[in-house]
Design a protein around this ligand. Structure first.
Ligand code: AMP
Length: 326
């Protein structure tokens, strides 16, 4: 028998915006390359989205969109669990129980709350309490591993602390999860050479049409000054912004030849890049167009049923231990 796979859990927040190729190479692809090695659980964090989203229509649209994005990019729901958080009321129930175990000053240390109040803005109570909802999301499933960026390490620490508080008060019940700090992924540059980011308006959309891709690529900033020596290995190479994006889609050996043959012909290089990006994106774009709302509903309903089985068994034990079960 093979050793049991470790359980990995991660959430998708349906807070809107379409994905760009920086999201794909920086977050989506590393996840898709890894999740099969674990007993993976992925959930649509719709309850978390309520701390910011104020429109039912918007939340619904964001939820369909993000699930569709993952499915189109290659996530296979037969290889992992994918469910909707709000379909499993045990998350909110456990969050309340954990909130009763931790103090206000402890929650005041959370980055999201501190950042909000530091700007002089009011935080809603949901935002203040969200670390305990997140802790519940994680520990309900005896999660071993939570993949996080360096800046999200705190989330896992809150979950560990909540599990430990509960275990100390009521006896060993929850596993204390480990954060898996994701390897630094190279920053994907945008059309102006800065980090690709919605806020800079320098993105190439992940599920864009060929025209949208072409528009973005044609806007890539090239330097018209004849900087010598003209080689893409040189930092001052005039088409370096084109090359930096091209590198994601072709090997450097192939690019070497193409860039040598098209020295100074930026338009040619951009046209080749458009074809290369489109060849990569077209299958995902076509797949995405076929994923109807009903397909998304079906995938989530199936996952939620399985998630509830796990979560309700765990909560039965919790209710028994804390005295809710009579
Ligand atoms: P954001 O919506 O900007 O917070 O991005 C979501 C995730 O996508 C981030 O946590 C990063 O892992 C990844 N990401 C976004 N932009 C880039 C980029 N330009 N290069 C690499 N990864 C990125």
């Amino acid at each position: 028998m093979t050793a049991q796979k470790k359980r990995l859990l991660t959430g998708l927040k349906p807070t809107g915006g379409s994905l760009h190729i920086g999201n794909y190479f920086g977050a989506l692809k590393p996840f898709l390359d890894m999740y099969g090695e674990y007993d993976s659980i992925l959930f649509l964090a719709d309850l978390h989205a309520l701390t910011t989203v104020r429109s039912g229509e918007e939340l619904r649209a964001n939820s369909f969109a993000i699930v569709r994005d993952y499915l189109a990019a290659g996530f296979d729901p037969s290889k992992a669990l994918l469910f909707k958080q709000s379909d499993v009321p045990e998350h909110a129930e456990l969050a309340w129980i954990l909130e009763c175990l931790v103090t206000v000053p402890f929650l005041m240390q959370a980055h999201a709350y501190k950042d909000r109040t530091a700007k002089g803005e009011e935080a809603n109570a949901g935002l203040f309490n969200y670390p305990m909802l997140m802790a519940a999301d994680i520990i309900l499933y005896d999660t071993d591993i939570v993949p996080v960026g360096e800046d999200q390490r705190q989330h896992v620490e809150y979950a560990r602390e909540a599990a430990s508080k509960f275990n100390n008060a009521y006896g060993a019940t929850f596993k204390e999860p480990q954060g898996k700090i994701l390897k630094e992924v190279a920053v994907v540059p945008g059309t102006d050479g800065r980090k690709m980011s919605k806020s800079y308006g320098n993105t190439i959309p992940l599920f864009g049409t060929k025209d949208e891709i072409a528009k973005a690529v044609m806007s890539i900033v090239t330097d018209s000054l004849p900087v010598l020596p003209v080689t893409h290995k040189n930092e001052t190479f005039p088409a370096k912004n084109v090359y930096a994006i091209h590198k994601l889609f072709r090997s450097e050996d192939e690019l070497e030849k193409i860039y040598e043959e098209n020295r100074g012909k930026y338009k040619n290089l951009k046209e080749i890049l458009i074809e290369d990006i489109d060849a990569f994106i077209a299958p995902m774009r076509e797949k995405r167009a076929l994923i109807t709302d009903d397909v998304v509903r079906e995938v989530l309903a199936h996952g939620s049923e399985k998630a509830r089985e796990i979560a309700s068994a765990k909560m039965k034990e919790v209710r028994q231990k804390i005295g809710l079960e009579l």
